[in-house]
Design a protein around this ligand. Structure first.
Ligand code: NAD
Length: 446
């Protein structure tokens, strides 16, 4: 068991989930953030994000004294032997990853460390960042005239929002990239609960670990783009993409996961990580044709959804469109790069009026779609959205949208047209209730 304190710098989706789960594994955690409101909330017993199952683990470990929350990065670094970096790495304007937050933390570590540290990078960062982090720490130490020993480790995170606690506590693998045997041993102890439980561990060097994360996300994103492109062809040739994907997925070499046609991928990871790896490759003079095509296909898929709606409804001027789901996927309040952020503005630009509902995403949608606020009405529930709407568009497949009262839907809509952009309903089922069905890559009502 690892008995020293661990600090986790950055208490967002990854840092907070990582913090409470590492505490659950028996470690002593200090979660740090520069966002004072976030830390104040966590110290009041409130969780700043929506993530199923997180509250229980958080409350249990807080009560047991295995985790605390602070904005005091200096004390946290001094008190811990292991310092995780889990700050954001948002896309810069050119699509590369913005490393400003990661390097800020590295410089704080160099400023405040006063003995050996293992610096673990959990943020998703371009290949070579681990060495940059080490260089920044060295620089700060040199300014202070100090020579403390430290190791840098790359330990990318693979959790999915909405299933983050389950993913962190039951990962498919843990990747540890470092050349230091000492750091490797410490990380093995930090993750002892998983190590003794036969979770596969991949020990490798820094660069390979950094590459594994980008390669994994780029592959999954490309897989989604692959089936989304096929959905357009399926529509053109009267094939059913759902059945195609299902049958493809029965082949163990392919697997059915990430093979669901929809309105395009979004979220805080796939869009930014695919463009970051493309920029990295560009910088090295290597062409990533497949990944670049996947990115372009994703943009096209989002716009194709708008064409679909316009194609059926005709001129959208003054038409009222009800939207179900704003977050980029169910079970999260995260709106980053959500397809809704492309589809809604495009519909509004074409003259439509939007009424929208999301169980968790509205607060974020309000500021992200601020430029379009005069044409959007946020509703209190799914049925309010439908009232007098010319069509209903399901963008995010929250469970409550999978079990709609279809006779009520028919009754409330002005025109009974249902765009099911997640293929959660069947054509025959909707038609039984007098609704016209239009899915993605599946035969439509007409
Ligand atoms: P986030 O934006 O939710 O959280 C980042 C946190 O870091 C914020 O609370 C911010 O206030 C804090 N922060 C920024 N600078 C700081 C500093 N100098 N000191 C202390 N705190 C600071 O981000 P996230 O979604 O948790 O992602 C973090 C990293 O993990 C990213 O690199 C992301 O790509 C990666 N990742 C995310 C996911 C995911 O599903 N969200 C999954 C795997 C990996």
């Amino acid at each position: 068991m690892y008995n020293n304190k661990i600090s986790i710098i950055g208490t967002g989706y990854v840092g907070l989930v990582g913090g409470v789960c590492l505490a659950e594994f028996g470690n002593n955690i200090i979660n740090v953030d520069i966002d004072e409101d976030k830390i104040a909330m966590l110290n009041r017993g409130e969780i700043p994000i929506y993530e199923p199952g997180l509250k229980d683990v958080y409350e249990r470990n807080l009560a047991d004294g295995r985790i605390r929350f602070t904005t005091d990065i200096e004390s946290a670094i001094k008190e811990s032997e292991v310092v995780f970096i889990s700050v954001g790495t948002p896309p810069a304007e050119d699509g590369s990853a913005d490393l400003q937050f990661v390097l800020d933390v590295a410089s704080s570590i160099g400023k405040y460390m006063d003995d050996y540290k293992v610096v673990v990078d959990k943020s998703t960062v371009p290949i070579g960042t681990g060495r940059k982090v080490a260089a920044v720490i060295e620089e700060e130490l040199a300014k202070r005239g100090k020579e403390y020993e430290f190791d840098v480790v790359s330990n990318p995170e693979f959790l999915r929002e909405g299933k983050a606690v389950q993913d962190f506590t039951h990962p498919d693998r843990v990747v540890i990239g470092t050349e230091s045997e000492k750091a490797r041993q410490i990380l093995r102890d930090v993750y002892r609960a998983l190590y003794i439980n036969n979770t596969p561990f991949v020990f490798t060097n820094l660069e390979t670990a950094e590459m594994i994360k980008y390669a994994s996300n780029a592959f999954l994103a490309t897989k989604i783009s692959f089936i989304n492109e096929l959905s357009a062809l399926c529509e053109a040739v009267n094939a059913n993409v759902q059945t195609v994907a299902e049958a493809m997925g029965m082949d163990g070499r392919i697997s059915s996961k990430f093979l669901h046609a929809g309105p395009g991928y979004g979220g805080s990871c796939f869009p930014k990580d695919t463009s970051a790896i493309a920029r990295i490759a560009e910088g090295k003079g290597v062409e990533l044709k497949v990944i670049s095509a996947g990115i372009a296909a994703n943009e096209a898929q989002k716009l194709r959804m708008v064409d679909k709606i316009e194609g059926r409804l005709g001129d959208l001027k003054g038409k009222k469109i009800g939207i179900l789901g704003l977050s980029f996927k169910p079970e999260t309040d995260d709106m980053r790069e959500s397809p809704a952020l492309t589809i809604i503005p495009e519909l509004i630009k074409a003259g439509a009026l939007i009424s929208a509902y999301d169980p968790q995403g509205i607060e974020e949608a309000v500021w992200r779609l601020k430029d379009y606020e005069k044409d959007i009405t946020y509703c209190n529930n799914e049925y309010e959205v439908m009232k007098k709407s010319d069509a209903l568009v399901l963008i995010t497949e929250w469970n409550q949208f999978r079990r709609l009262d279809l006779s009520k839907v028919k009754e409330l809509l002005k025109q009974p047209i249902f765009f099911d952009l997640r293929n959660v309903y069947e054509k025959e089922e909707l038609e039984r209730y007098g609704l016209e069905y239009i899915g993605v890559g599946v035969p439509a009502s007409r």
